[in-house]
Write a protein that binds this ligand. Structure first.
Ligand code: ZN
Length: 372
């Protein structure tokens, strides 16, 4: 399924085992899923366990608004998979404490009840601990069966048992980097943040000193961004920007595409400029997409040679042109900072496919274009 028929949905999230860890990790795994875009994240709410008996630990609940190319049952399967990754085991006891619970609260205006798939989640109408977080991200969403908005549903409930949690915030989707106030209570990935903290300790640093207090959070988010190519698909990047161009028979070249990547040997940046060229066969692509395709593969742990080949192969896959050429010139901090290489030297890699590889004249034409 392509990105052109993406659907809005709301996922409700709950945990009452190690909830400070499992709730944010679940949201992070949603963010990193290739077929799921997180659009909005609710506040965190606390409420007593329903039906869990006295002594059952209280819950943290939240809701995540997403956009997805997955069909409802595939989305449900992916949520089950994420539950599995976070140690959920489903038992006969539906009220048993759980590391994580992920349910489809809403999926567009779909209403189904079969095969273990209930959309909207029945709890949206009956359980304040589900409805309140959902209303936080989708107040105007109309319940497909009752036609009430989530706001109206919540307004008709006794919500006194559901309290917003102070001092514990899931990462919102968009935020300024220097937004210190919001970072103070923000939790992104307890696991990754813990590893960064350990690394700081191992390096002889004091993770408790002021300048480093939020470093684990920032590093975790930066690393996820820098490797976000893993959670993005080529389909999503191209997004139907391929056009018919029957008569086009000239080389198309985009030069000076900036790229930033991470060498997989040292996890240090390498960066530079790319030139991407192709000789069209009936199809062309929006020029900005060549830069987006470069980013898609640059935002991973890479070696420059593989990055160059992957960009070329992607253009080949998307356009089936007569030929593709990619030339990348990069500087590698792992060499520059460690003094292995002169500071001003560049690594140049190239990938030639089709007519650029086989035909000397076409290749010579390309070289002329690259020199200009
Ligand atoms: Zn390296």
């Amino acid at each position: 399924m392509g990105p052109h028929n993406r659907t809005d949905a709301v996922i409700s999230v709950g945990s009452n085992i190690d909830r400070e860890k499992h709730l944010p990790e679940a949201v992070r795994l949603l963010r990193r899923h290739r077929a799921i875009d997180v659009v909005d994240v609710s506040r965190v709410f606390e409420s007593p366990s329903v039906g869990g008996g006295s002594g059952a630990p209280d819950f943290f609940n939240a809701a995540v608004r997403v956009c997805t190319g997955l069909e409802p049952d595939d989305l449900r399967d992916e949520l089950r998979h994420i539950e599995g990754v976070l140690g959920r085991t489903r038992t006969e006891d539906i009220n048993a404490p759980r590391t994580i619970d992920l349910d489809i609260a809403y999926y567009e205006d779909v209403a189904v009840r079969n095969n273990g798939l209930s959309i909207p989640a029945p709890d949206v109408l009956t359980a304040p601990h589900v409805a309140v977080p959902v209303a936080d991200v989708a107040p105007d969403w109309k319940h497909p069966q009752t036609n009430q908005t989530t706001y109206e549903i919540v307004a008709g409930m006794d919500t006194s048992s559901v309290k917003p949690v102070k001092g514990f915030r899931l990462s919102p989707v968009q935020k300024a980097d220097d937004d210190w106030e919001s970072e103070r209570t923000e939790v992104y990935s307890p696991k990754l943040e813990g590893l960064v903290r350990e690394q700081l300790l191992e390096l002889g640093e004091d993770p408790g000193r002021e300048g480093l207090l939020k470093t684990p959070l920032r590093v975790a988010k930066a690393m996820d961004y820098i490797t976000s190519g893993y959670s993005t698909s080529l389909d999503e990047v191209v997004n139907n920007a391929v056009f018919d161009a029957e008569g086009a028979d000239e080389i198309v070249v985009v030069k000076d595409i900036e790229f930033y990547s991470m060498c997989e040997h040292h996890m240090l940046p390498f960066f530079g400029k790319a030139a991407v060229a192709y000789l069209p066969d009936k199809h062309i692509i929006g020029l900005s997409k060549l830069a987006r395709i470069t980013d898609l593969y640059a935002r991973r742990l890479q070696v420059q040679e593989r990055l160059t080949n992957q960009v070329a192969n992607a253009v080949q896959e998307v356009l089936s042109p007569y030929g593709v050429a990619v030339v990348m010139s990069g500087q590698h901090l792992c060499m520059m900072m460690r003094g292995v290489q002169k500071q001003d030297s560049f690594t140049v890699t190239s990938a030639m496919l089709g007519t650029f590889k086989n035909d000397a004249r076409t290749r010579a034409e390309l070289m002329d274009l690259l020199k200009q």
